[in-house]
Design a protein around this ligand. Structure first.
Ligand code: 6PG
Length: 476
């Protein structure tokens, strides 16, 4: 008997993906750099399905039915290239290498192009949902050549999370599209987490609530429109009490957020595409600020002052924070989806944004009720310029904006950083402004560098001769 699919790289994610395939009745070939892990998997989980353990790459490849489907689950970067270099010479035209790690989409584009020359299909697949997701049903975002999906899609759809029986897996687009979308998923994840953290901070510092009480508030919110995996686990984390000290868990954890890089990549890509993903950028920078221990210590030592006095929040803080959180979340998603659309145009990926919202409804870290509305918005209008103008979201931000302003004002007045809430509001006000001060910037650019400007009243490019006495305008 041959295996339908193989997994190489059997650390926890690879192991759980392999088990998931086996639990769905597929025969799974197993390979790992050290055979010990492979043996261990079969010993521990062999009863869950049919596994074919292989000691060598050659054995592994020989145990696969054709076209061969090889899932690579190793560290992004060099290790992925090493595995590709090991397997590509053993494969035949039509076989597939599926990189299920968090690879950079430009690496995926490069690898796909190189393997295409050998007749191999390289599929960069985003996989979200952590260890549990990999085992019980992740959200899967495969890119790569469309024709590879015919042979690969059904297997991936089998193991993916389901919403009303529909799999959270779809062919995203060619070459790096899948990994790009996964990267933006993670960027949005960062923004979501930052906004939730700001909500907690305000409820604690302005509202005077203890972590346990805030857990209750989040549990309540989870029943409403904010309902999502991240809100749910936030309540769990806030409820946690440290066994050693008896203190709230959140108080014994060092307040320096770490990152592996996908959020940063999202912002780097957005800068190149010229898409303002300020919500994601602020969340990456907020982590960097938190981690800058030396700078924070210098500030503390210098005694940078906070506000001398601050008035109480002029309203129902809890209700207002819920509004600010929801509105800011809408902005972050609107920005992320705009980035996906911009990249899709740039690379001719033809990504369907509604389909992305659809496959994020379960399995992945940002799964949320709210994604149904995003799906509906793009189903109604695939070319939607921004989610903010869709009826549902327009209605939500209209209802939230006064509360949102009160929350941002309160955080500033109390000296509590809310980069997520504030920048989202600034973005919102930037979009709705009738006139932006960008006109002045154009004037400055023209003054010092003759960079020219366009006029509101006629077409063409103009330059003012700033150095002359009469400062006449010329058409350039
Ligand atoms: C997922 C997660 C996963 C990983 C993050 C963590 O979708 O399952 O996003 O990919 O846990 O990359 O990212 P940081 O370590 O950068 O916070």
């Amino acid at each position: 008997e041959k295996a339908q699919i193989g997994v190489t790289g059997l650390a926890v994610m690879g192991r759980n993906l392999a088990r998931n395939f086996a639990r769905h009745g597929h025969t799974v070939a197993l390979h790992n750099r050290s055979y010990g892990r492979t043996k261990e998997l079969v010993e521990q989980f062999g009863h869950e399905g049919t596994f074919i353990p292989a000691e060598t790459a050659e054995e592994f490849v020989a145990s696969l039915e054709r076209p061969r489907r090889v899932v690579i689950m190793v560290k992004a970067g060099g290790p992925t290239d090493a595995v590709i270099d090991e397997f590509a010479p053993l494969l035949e035209p039509g076989d597939m290498l599926i990189d299920a790690g968090n690879a950079h989409y430009l690496d995926t584009r490069r690898r796909e192009a190189a393997l295409k020359e050998k007749g191999l299909h390289f599929v960069g697949a985003g996989v979200s949902g952590g260890e549990e997701g990999a085992l019980h049903g992740p959200s899967i975002m495969p890119g790569g050549p469309k024709e590879s999906y015919d042979a690969l899609g059904p297997l991936l759809e089998d193991i993916a999370a389901k919403v009303d029986g529909e799999p959270c897996c779809v062919h995203v687009g060619p070459d790096g599209a899948g990994h790009f979308v996964k990267m933006v998923h993670n960027g949005i994840e960062y923004a979501d987490m930052q906004l939730i953290a700001e909500a907690y901070d305000l409820l604690r510092q302005v509202g005077g609530h203890e972590p346990g009480e805030i857990a209750e508030i989040f549990s309540g919110w989870n029943e409403g429109r904010l309902g999502s995996y991240l809100i749910e686990i936030t309540a769990e984390v806030l409820k946690q009490v440290d066994a050693a000290s008896g203190k709230p868990f959140v108080d014994i954890v060092l307040d320096q957020a770490e990152q592996k890089g996908t959020g940063r990549w999202t912002v780097q890509a957005a800068l190149d595409l010229g898409v303002p993903v300020s919500g994601i950028a602020e969340s990456v920078f907020a982590r960097a600020l938190s981690g800058g221990a030396d700078v924070r210590k210098a500030a503390a030592d210098a005694g940078l002052p906070g506000p001398s006095a601050a008035a109480a929040h002029p309203g129902d803080l809890q209700a207002d924070v819920e509004q600010a959180l929801f509105a800011s979340k809408i902005v972050a998603y609107a920005q992320g989806f705009q980035q996906i659309q911009a990249a899709s145009k740039e690379y001719d990926w033809e990504i369907d944004p509604g389909a992305m919202a659809k496959i994020w409804r379960a399995g992945c870290i940002i799964r949320a009720k709210f994604l149904d509305f995003i799906k509906q918005a793009y189903d109604k209008q695939p070319e939607l310029a921004t989610l903010l103008v869709d009826d549902y979201f327009l209605d939500a931000v209209s209802g939230a904006q006064d509360a949102w302003r009160r929350v941002v004002a309160t955080s500033a007045a109390h000296g509590i950083p809310s980069p997520g809430f504030s920048s989202a509001l600034a973005y919102y006000d930037g979009l709705r402004a009738e006139r932006l001060p960008a006109a002045l910037i154009q004037g400055q650019r023209d003054f010092f560098g003759a960079h020219t400007y366009r006029r509101v009243d006629k077409p063409g490019s103009f330059h003012t001769l700033w150095a002359t006495d009469d400062r006449t305008e010329i058409e350039s």
